[in-house]
Design a protein. Structure first.
Length: 789
């Protein structure tokens, strides 16, 4: 079967335009077929393959976990500890020390050879018999199999015969699939075809975004036919490094590289995907200089220009190595690929022979060689050395091109349909990543809303241009809220709290979770008031369900009538039970609980209940970020991402955190001396006024080194009563007494004659603000007023 696009095989990346080598199945080598699939679709693809080729002709591939390096040391330490002391705690520090030293003595931590460094380790720990025993055990078990698993993507497909005719199989009960009892290398060695079906979350995001775009606009977008030279995408996403939620380009290092490189074509993106990895990264500064016209490109020999010009003179792709062998020395593509593989696997004997063929030719294989093609002996040898070094980390251009295309597609959606795209991203992101995405929404100018039982689905949705939290995103509730969404879709919006309880029969856990997450704010914005009546709601709601159940079980007319009357009476009691919205609510506590459940402050910025920076003798964080390096600033904000670390030399504590206000966020460092002074004030959700100096890192990011800190007090919402001095005595006191409430608001009295505030020890219900008698003696109605620093 010909595997070419001319024969109808759909290929997303245009292989000729991208200068790819299509026929990778050179000579008798095994095919290497990778297929990235939507995560949700992957099981269906495997089911399709099983149906097409036969269930017995398709299976997974076993993986073997081995006791290697540090794992062997840890296992040996654990077993030794259990033998000697019944637990491993006593020996954990020894295991840690041995592991650390083993890493120091090894050239490659990932491929550590304990047997090779056994003598050195025992010499290092000769004063500790325990450590020496652990090393001895570790060497004994090194390389032994510790567990089996299943290859994350690999699938074996045979030619119609059962796989067990070629290799023995084992059943994986967890994944409900047979798998080989050999690993992928052994499977390929016996001639089996391995295909990688890898679930890629970004493809799921793209599909969901496209469906949302169609739902909102009616547009059907084919991602294979979008313009791949859209200047707006490069100008707004890639060049400024605004690549959060863009496939392959999310890391800070990638963003910095984009800002320096300034890519403006899809081919630049392919290049950067291939170069941003250990090895090629060392050549990136020169490539950036050539790209931006600061350095002139030079070639070892002119024949390299057509091969390397697209990568600004740098050997970047495996395919370029093949082309160099083909164009300069006369190798066939198949022969060139074998040499490339020998280079990557450091096969010295093969390389010695190939160097001679590359430089001077090989008559038996019909290879003329570089010298015969007019390239100097010295240049040919130097080029061979460069390729040998490069092949250690060379990246396949076909893979890089596929990655770059998906990266561009995600960037294109983010640029042109930001709301639909970010909604899809949020629905396919772990809970702990949501706060970072919410910051992105703010930067992008996309509003968000707390969950709402009358708006939200299980996942994030779009409503009136805002992204609304899903009910399923409330921590601790998960899919238990599915019935709420289904009921609303079937019977319409909930009209009241009581209607919600009658229709859903929600448990106390769901009611409390919905209340604290803000999902019931549409019925009553005072969450403390709702929480106060939840026990009664649940109790009465249970009675309603009990009477409804008994009605279905009864056949006696009198009992039916009796239960109907009781049911009607109970429902009437439920409808009459309303939250007392006059209860004084602690807004900061409310928002902190909201953040615990949603990961972010979704309904309100907590700093809105604190005095503005200027009133505290501070500046906004946005203004602080504009200050020069070493400037001394004072800011206010709320703490998040709080982490305590220890200084290496003496274990002294220091802290790192983020502080945010209504305008911006900034990273803060609290070093050891400062931490010793006020470290006790620091914790997540603490609201502080801090003073420190601005620091600027090499990448231009600014931080704050804190010097002093103090707790900031929130604004207090009080009932303010205006009164003349003549009525400040018993008359006003008598009018206020009926409104004294345990959960009321603090009160202040403003003496209009003396123009001064007077404290009052009473907590009052807001109902006093409607009392006409108060107005009668004060000529002014009481009002709410915020008091702060």
């Amino acid at each position: 079967m010909e595997r070419t696009p001319e024969n109808g095989l759909p290929v997303e990346v245009h292989w000729r335009q991208s200068d790819l080598i299509w026929r990778r199945d050179s000579l008798n080598d095994h095919l290497d077929i990778d297929c990235d699939i939507e995560t949700a679709v992957r099981p269906y693809v495997i089911a399709y393959v099983q149906h097409k080729y036969g269930a017995k002709s398709v299976c997974g591939i076993m993986t073997r976990g081995k006791q290697t390096g540090k794992a062997a040391i840890q296992t040996a330490g654990r077993v030794y500890g259990l033998q000697k002391a019944g637990d491993t705690t006593e020996y954990s520090h020894i295991v840690s020390a041995v592991s650390k030293k083993a890493v120091e003595l090894s050239d490659d931590e990932l491929h550590m050879d304990l047997k090779g460094i056994e003598k050195q380790l025992k010499e290092e720990f000769k004063s500790s018999p325990t450590a020496c025993e652990i090393v001895r055990y570790a060497v004994l078990i090194e390389g032994c199999m510790s567990q089996i698993g299943q290859h994350a993507a690999g699938v074996i497909i045979t030619d119609g015969k059962s796989v067990d005719e070629y290799v023995p199989l084992i059943y994986n009960a967890k994944n409900n699939i047979m798998m080989t009892q050999c690993d992928m290398t052994q499977a390929e060695e016996v001639g089996l075809l391995k295909m990688d079906f890898l679930g890629l979350n970004n493809l799921t995001i793209i599909t969901e975004a496209l469906r949302e775009i169609y739902k909102n606009t009616g547009k059907v977008i084919d991602m294979d036919h979008i313009p791949y030279d859209d200047f707006k995408v490069f100008q707004e996403i890639f060049i400024p490094g605004m690549t959060n939620s863009v496939f392959q380009y999310e890391s800070n290092g990638m963003k910095g590289m984009l800002r320096d490189f300034k890519p403006d074509t899809i081919f630049d993106l392919i290049l950067l995907v291939a170069m941003y990895r250990p090895g090629p990264l060392q050549f990136l500064p020169d490539v950036i200089a050539v790209k931006n016209g600061k350095k002139k490109v030079s070639y070892l020999t002119p024949e390299l220009e057509p091969i390397l010009s697209a990568t600004y003179g740098s050997i970047t792709y495996q395919e370029q190595v093949q082309e160099i062998f083909k164009q300069l020395a006369g190798y066939s593509l198949g022969q060139a690929d074998l040499v490339r593989r020998a280079m990557s696997k450091k096969k010295d004997a093969v390389l010695r022979a190939e160097r001679e063929a590359f430089v001077d030719g090989d008559v038996e294989r019909n290879i003329p060689g570089c010298v015969k093609n007019g390239i100097s002996f010295q240049a040919a040898n130097t080029l061979f050395d460069e390729m040998t070094d490069f092949a250690k980390y060379a990246f396949n251009k076909s893979h890089a091109a596929c990655y770059a295309v998906v990266a561009y597609q995600t960037a294109w959606l983010k640029c042109h349909y930001p709301k639909e795209y970010m909604k899809a991203v949020l629905n396919n992101t772990p809970f702990d990543k949501v706060p970072g995405l919410m910051k992105d929404l703010k930067i992008m100018g996309i509003p968000s809303k707390a969950p709402d039982v009358n708006l939200s689905d299980l996942g994030f949705t779009l409503h009136d241009g805002a992204i609304v939290f899903g009910l399923g995103s409330i921590k601790g509730l998960g899919k238990s809220v599915t019935g709420v969404v289904e009921d609303r879709k079937e019977h319409g919006n909930f009209r009241s709290l009581q209607d919600f309880i009658l229709r859903t029969g929600a448990s106390k856990k769901i009611l409390e979770g919905f209340t604290e997450a803000g999902a019931l704010d549409g019925f009553c914005e005072n969450r403390d008031a709702i929480k106060a009546v939840i026990p009664d709601y649940v109790k009465i709601g249970k009675k309603v369900k009990d009477y409804e159940k008994k009605l279905t079980e009864q056949t006696d007319a009198k009992k039916i009538a009796s239960y109907q009357a009781k049911l009607a009476d109970t429902k009437e009691k439920l409808m009459a039970l309303r939250p007392d919205e006059d209860i004084c609510e602690n807004v900061l506590d409310k928002l902190v609980k909201e953040k615990e459940l949603l990961g972010v402050f979704a309904s309100q910025n907590p700093m809105s209940v604190f005095p503005e920076p200027l009133r505290c003798g501070a500046i906004s964080i946005q203004t602080a970020l504009q200050q020069r390096r070493y400037a001394n600033v004072t800011i206010t904000g709320i703490v998040s991402d709080y982490v305590v670390k220890h200084r290496r030399r003496d274990g002294a504590e220091m802290a790192f955190f983020v502080i945010s206000d209504m305008t911006e966020s900034i990273d803060v460092c609290c070093f050891t001396e400062a931490f010793a002074s006020f470290g006790g004030l620091l914790k997540d959700n603490a609201v502080l006024k801090i003073t420190g100096s601005v620091m600027e890192e090499a990448n231009g990011q600014k931080k704050l080194s804190v010097e002093t800190a103090q707790v900031l007090k929130p604004k207090t919402k009080v009932i303010l009563i205006f009164a003349k001095k003549s009525v400040l005595g018993g008359e006003l006191q008598n009018l206020m007494t009926p409104y004294v409430a345990q959960n009321g608001y603090p009160c202040k009295i403003y003496d209009t004659m003396m123009s001064e505030f007077r404290d009052c020890d009473l907590l009052l219900s807001p109902a006093i603000m409607k009392d006409e008698k108060i107005y009668g003696i004060c000529n002014h109605q009481p009002v709410f007023r915020d008091f702060g620093n």
